[in-house]
Design a protein around this ligand. Structure first.
Ligand code: SF4
Length: 314
C-alpha cells in the first residue's frame, strides 16, 4: 500500500490512508483481550514510538489511571486536542509525569501511528519500477480520485492579503490537506463567516482534509454561521484565545497589538480601499491630462466592510 500511495503522489490520499490506518490500528488494539492488550500497547508506545510511558495503576480524584507519561510526551500529543480534560491545568502532574487512562494512551497513540505512516510514505521516496498489475491499479485509482480543491486564494473575495497571519496559516494547512485541531477549524470558519463568506464558500476550504465529510462540514459551518440551532452567529475567537490554543503567529508581533483577528482584517481592507482610491484619483488626473488611465483599480465591492458581528469580541 505504501508503494502505491507513494507512486500516486497525492498528499491528500496519503493523509487519508494514514488516518484510516491509525483508526484501524486503535480499533484492533481495543478489541484485544485486556489481559495482554495493555502489555502490547506499552510495548508499541515504548519500542516503536520511544514514548516515556510506564504502568501506573492508581485512582486519583475518582479516576482510575493505568499509565503515566513523561510531561514532554504528554504535551506533544495533548496540545493538539481541545477538550478541557486534556489541558495540563486540568491534569494531575507528579514529578514530571502525567497519569493517563488506557483509553487516553490509545488516543495519543493514534496520532503517533498516523505520523508514522506519513513518514513511511515520505521516506519511500520515488518508486521507479512497479509490477504492471500494480501500475494498472494505480492508473485506475488516479482516474477515480476527485481533483484537489485548488482555491485561487487571490481570487476569493476578501482575499488572504487582508487576513491575519494566524488565519492565513490555517488556510495554508487546510489547502495542504493537513488535519488541524477542532479549535483551529472553528476559529477559521467563524472568521470567514464574520467577514462575509457564505457557508458553501467556507466548506470548500475544508474539502482537502483527510476526514472531510461534506454533510457534517455543512452542518457545522451553518451552525457557526448562525443558520442552525440557537441561530447565534459565532464570534471570531479573540487573540488571547488564539494564543492559548497555540494558533497565534509570532506572539502577535505582526499584528500591532490588536485584540481580535477581525481588527487586522478591517485595518487591512481599509488600507487597500485607500490605496485603490488614490490610484483611481491619480488615474483620473492622468486621464484628464491625456495620460493613460489606470483601469479596474477601484474599490473592491465584495469587501463586506459593513459586516456585523453578533456579540462582542472575546
Ligand atoms: S495577534 Fe491575533 S490576529 Fe495576529 S496572529 Fe495572533 S491571534 Fe492572529
Amino acid at each position: 500500500s505504501i508503494a502505491m500511495i507513494t507512486a500516486i503522489g497525492d498528499k491528500r490520499l496519503a493523509r487519508r490512508f494514514a488516518l484510516a490506518t491509525s483508526s484501524l490500528t486503535i480499533k484492533l488494539l481495543e478489541s484485544e483481550d485486556p489481559e495482554w492488550r495493555d502489555e502490547i500497547v506499552l510495548k508499541i508506545a515504548r519500542d516503536v514510538f520511544g514514548m516515556d510511558v510506564r504502568r501506573d495503576n492508581r485512582v486519583v480524584g475518582g479516576i482510575a489511571y493505568d499509565y503515566s507519561l513523561g510531561l514532554k510526551d504528554y504535551l506533544r500529543g495533548a496540545l493538539a486536542f481541545n477538550r478541557l480534560e486534556w489541558k495540563l491545568v486540568n491534569r494531575v502532574v507528579e514529578r514530571g509525569r502525567v497519569p493517563v487512562t488506557a483509553h487516553e494512551l490509545l488516543r495519543l497513540l493514534k496520532d503517533r501511528v498516523m505520523e508514522h505512516v506519513l513518514s513511511l510514505v515520505e521516506r519511500a521516496g520515488k518508486i521507479r519500477a512497479l509490477p504492471s498489475p500494480v501500475e494498472e491499479a494505480i492508473r485506475e485509482l488516479r482516474g477515480k480520485m476527485p481533483a484537489a480543491i485548488q482555491l485561487e486564494l487571490a481570487a476569493v473575495k476578501s482575499g488572504p492579503e487582508t487576513w491575519p497571519p494566524c488565519m492565513r496559516t490555517i488556510a495554508d494547512r487546510l489547502m495542504a490537506g493537513e488535519n488541524i485541531s477542532h479549535f483551529a477549524n472553528f476559529a477559521f470558519a467563524a472568521f470567514l463567516s464574520n467577514i462575509g463568506f457564505e457557508p458553501h464558500e467556507i466548506i470548500r476550504f475544508y474539502a482537502n482534509r483527510p476526514d472531510f465529510k461534506e454533510r457534517i462540514a455543512k452542518y457545522q459551518v451553518e451552525h457557526i454561521a448562525g443558520l442552525r440551532g440557537s441561530r447565534t452567529k459565532y464570534m471570531t475567537p479573540s487573540c488571547s484565545t488564539m494564543k492559548t490554543n497555540g494558533l497565534c503567529i509570532k506572539d502577535g508581533a505582526l499584528c500591532g497589538g490588536i485584540r481580535n483577528p477581525l481588527a487586522y482584517y478591517r485595518r487591512a481592507t481599509k488600507k487597500i480601499r485607500k490605496i485603490d482610491k488614490n490610484k483611481a484619483e491619480v488615474g483620473g488626473e492622468r486621464g484628464e491630462a491625456g495620460g493613460e488611465v489606470i483601469g479596474d483599480s477601484g474599490p473592491n465591492g465584495d469587501t463586506p466592510s459593513d459586516q456585523q458581528i453578533s456579540g462582542n469580541p472575546r
